[in-house]
Design a protein around this ligand. Structure first.
Ligand code: CP
Length: 315
């Protein structure tokens, strides 16, 4: 089994329950990963994903190897049949097969470059490893998705929901730099597996890929979207329509205490890292209803569940 999109989850509720059980006794399967190696390949920076996935593997008794391709690896070529007389030194065909000999599971982080929509949608790096690696692949945030984050988000909401069918709002917020849509995409896909009143709010022009949002409700009035919400999940993403562009930095979209007052004492969530007083006001993220630190903690148990399922299959 691979874990590359949230859609690979057969029963979200069961996975969430299993992750919560792991959280109660994280070392219960310490023998499962004995003599197995997780290789973590980073084409982009990370704090949470790197440490929580490593922690998860250690909880399962695995060995872990980490490589930062940005400054340590050869530049890879991903196109089949290419004449490699430019910058790339090694083809994914050899690289993926070679790494597969050293590792029992390969986890990859490779963000969208936000220059070419088709190339990003093709998931060049992840697809290359899926094609040529001979061991299971885990997505640690790819061009279009961050399924480990979305699973951790589902666990966190399960722990904090006070009604059976909560109102959950995914709210765009401003950011000075162009960020990928990956976190928002996986959050939307995860919410489509939930029994919830789910609303996406963003300025016009910031619609996510319609193949992902499908019939999820979109509300362009952020204040209206926030009314009676139980969870506010905030994230910036760059425009999908004007691909990779920052076309709006309106500070009126920043999540403030005033906006949170419109909600049903909503819990505030963000995947982190977050720019304070740009995405969210200090008074919101420092409030008792902010659950961002617990959300980050649940990254370990989401990753541990995924690794555990793979180990059970390959042992
Ligand atoms: N949320 C998240 O993926 O954090 P990092 O980029 O620090 O890994």
């Amino acid at each position: 089994m691979n874990y590359t999109t949230i859609q690979e989850i057969d029963s979200l509720q069961e996975w969430v329950n299993e992750a919560i059980a792991i959280k109660k006794n994280p070392l219960q399967n310490k023998a499962l990963g004995e003599n197995k190696t997780l290789g973590m390949l980073f084409f982009n920076p990370s704090l949470r994903t790197r440490l929580s996935t490593q922690k998860a593997a250690l909880n399962l008794g695995m060995n872990v190897m980490v490589m930062n391709f940005t400054n340590e690896g050869w530049t890879l070529e991903f196109e089949d049949g290419s004449i490699m007389d430019q910058g790339a030194s090694e083809h994914i065909k050899e690289a993926a097969q070679v790494v597969s000999q050293y590792c029992d599971i390969i986890a990859i982080r490779a963000f969208a470059e936000l220059k070419d929509k088709e190339k990003d949608n093709a998931e060049t790096v992840l697809s290359g490893f899926l094609k040529y690696a001979t061991v299971p692949i885990v997505n640690m945030e790819s061009a279009t998705g961050h399924p480990l984050q979305a699973l951790a988000d589902a666990i966190t909401m399960e722990e904090h929901k006070t009604v059976h069918r909560p109102k959950v709002v995914l709210s765009w917020a401003p950011h000075p730099k162009a960020l990928p849509q990956a976190v928002a995409n996986s959050f939307v896909q995860m919410m489509q597996l939930q029994d919830a009143d789910f609303v996406i709010t963003h300025p016009e022009g910031y619609e996510l890929n319609p193949e992902i949002t499908k019939d999820s409700k979109i509300e362009y009035d952020q204040n209206k979207a926030f009314e009676n919400a139980d969870f506010i999940y905030t994230k910036n993403w760059s425009s999908y329509k004007e691909y990779g562009k920052v076309t709006n930095t309106d500070p009126n979209w920043t999540v403030t205490a005033e906006k949170m007052q419109l909600t049903n004492t909503a819990k505030f969530m963000h995947c982190l890292p977050v720019r304070r007083n740009v995405i969210v006001a200090d008074e919101v993220i420092d409030n008792a209803n902010s659950i961002v630190i617990e959300q980050a903690n649940n990254r370990t148990y989401a990753a541990q569940l995924v690794l555990q399922k793979i180990l059970e299959e390959i042992r």
